[in-house]
Design a protein around this ligand. Structure first.
Ligand code: ATP
Ligand code: MG
Ligand code: FE
Length: 342
């Protein structure tokens, strides 16, 4: 099986060809960091326009690189949500046009499912069910991944996502956009105990995350002028790790048996978070998987892989009139949480 993956839900335009043996036959990614940097965050209108000019050449590039035509592609998988709707529409409409022109099945993929299954693209030994911490720019959730399309959500954030907290804190410290990698780098030079920062909800027994208070505390610490930026960055990262470990412990108690502890999404690129989770997995006698960094942040290989997983599970193609969705929860049965996005 060969699937063409298309991703355009945020600020990376990406295309990739992946096969059923977990081989990434070709991939191309165009980041819009430079376009959005002056604004300190992603501007939806700029993103949509950039996706529109780059998408077709990127798709052409990966097909050429893999020396494949659409006739040899079994399905076209595109992110259909959740995300910035203008960008999602560019990718989905591109996929629809190619699907129609080449009579190839269309797979409308949930971007979060792409993140959730990405560890299985990286690790052939990872079997369902697994405990997943999905940490990205827009989401912070703990899920029991039971199979393709089968997700039980145990926790989400009641305010900011962790990636968002990294980005906002980076902006406060003047580190620019995107903030996560810059915060991680600066934290290496700081003392994680130097700045007293809150661990929102830790010890409360509450299953969900909250990061808005942490970000506000970073702002106060920065404005006080009493701390080195590196100490603030290190202390912020340590607070994030402590929150994650506390919530993961609760979730592991409340979910059924799992084979592994897994982390995915852009923030999964963070080495301190990966190391802390690996230790937690060992403590619980669980295997640990974190995808290689390029598979953590947005990419099209994970979207193609989600398509391959759906086909392997006997799932069907989507109609060409399927709509893009700005919101699209992975677990529609999850109880609503105050303030939470999806
Ligand atoms: P979503 O997947 O929720 O729709 P998104 O697609 O914008 O959001 P991703 O591309 O998965 O998010 O992740 C981007 C986020 O990951 C940004 O907030 C970025 O700061 C964060 N991030 C990336 N690398 C690191 C790192 N090394 N440490 C911490 N955060 C990081
Ligand atoms: Mg991005
Ligand atoms: Fe993402």
């Amino acid at each position: 099986t060969i699937v063409l993956g298309i991703e355009s839900s945020c600020d990376e335009t990406a295309a990739a060809l992946v096969d059923g043996d977990r081989r990434i036959l070709a991939q191309a990614i165009a980041s819009q960091e430079a376009e959005h940097a002056p604004y300190g965050g992603v501007v939806p209108e700029i993103a949509a326009r950039a996706h529109a000019t780059r998408m077709a050449p990127l798709i052409e590039k990966v097909l050429k690189e893999a020396e494949l035509g659409l006739k040899e592609v079994d399905a076209i998988a595109a992110t259909a949500g959740p995300g910035l709707i203008g960008g999602v529409m560019v990718g989905l409409v591109s996929a629809k046009a190619l699907a129609m022109a080449s009579d190839t099945p269309l797979l409308a993929i949930n971007h979060l499912e792409g993140h959730a299954l990405s560890p299985r693209l990286a690790d052939a030994s990872l079997e369902f069910p697994y405990a997943l911490l999905l940490v990205s720019g827009g989401h912070c959730q703990i899920l029991r991944v039971e199979g393709v399309g089968k997700y039980q959500r145990l926790a989400t954030t009641i305010d900011d996502a962790l990636g968002e907290a990294f980005d906002k804190s980076a902006k406060i410290l003047g580190l620019g956009y995107p903030g996560g990698p810059a915060m991680e780098k600066l934290a290496l030079e700081g003392d994680p105990e130097a700045v007293p920062l809150p661990r929102p909800l830790v010890g409360s027994g509450e299953p969900h995350f909250s990061f808005a208070g942490l970000k506000s505390a970073v702002l106060r610490a920065a404005e006080s002028g009493e701390h080195k930026p590196a100490d603030i960055a290190a202390s912020f990262q340590q607070a994030a790790v402590d929150c994650i470990l506390d919530r993961m412990r609760i979730a592991l108690r409340n979910m059924g048996p799992v084979n592994a502890l897994v982390v995915a999404g852009g923030v999964a690129a963070n080495k301190a978070i990966r190391a802390a989770l690996e230790e937690l997995a060992t403590e619980h006698g669980l295997a640990f998987t974190a995808p290689p960094l390029p598979l953590c942040t947005d990419n099209a290989a994970m979207i193609a892989w989600a398509g391959i997983e759906r086909l392997a599970a006997g799932g069907s193609a989507d109609p060409l009139d399927i709509s893009a969705r700005p919101r699209w929860p992975l677990d529609p049965d999850a109880a609503p949480v105050r303030g939470a996005g999806v």
